[in-house]
Unconditional design. Sequence first.
Length: 75
Amino acid sequence: MADRTLDASGLQCPMPLLKTKLELNSMEAGQELEVVATDSGSARDIPAFIKLSRHSLVSTAEAGGEYRFVIKCGG
């Protein structure tokens, strides 16, 4: 279970990614953030950002147009 959940449902690109970045910046290393988004661009943008950051992607899932990501905040 994630430490925090960010509901970015209904937001269009690039807002889910920007809100994810802001939320991660306010978290401590080791905490997990669950992001829920409905914008299909999130399926590409969020994992691409994580690869270039100090954070790690724990899991991803897609069902019925809803994308879920669990991200572990890096140090």
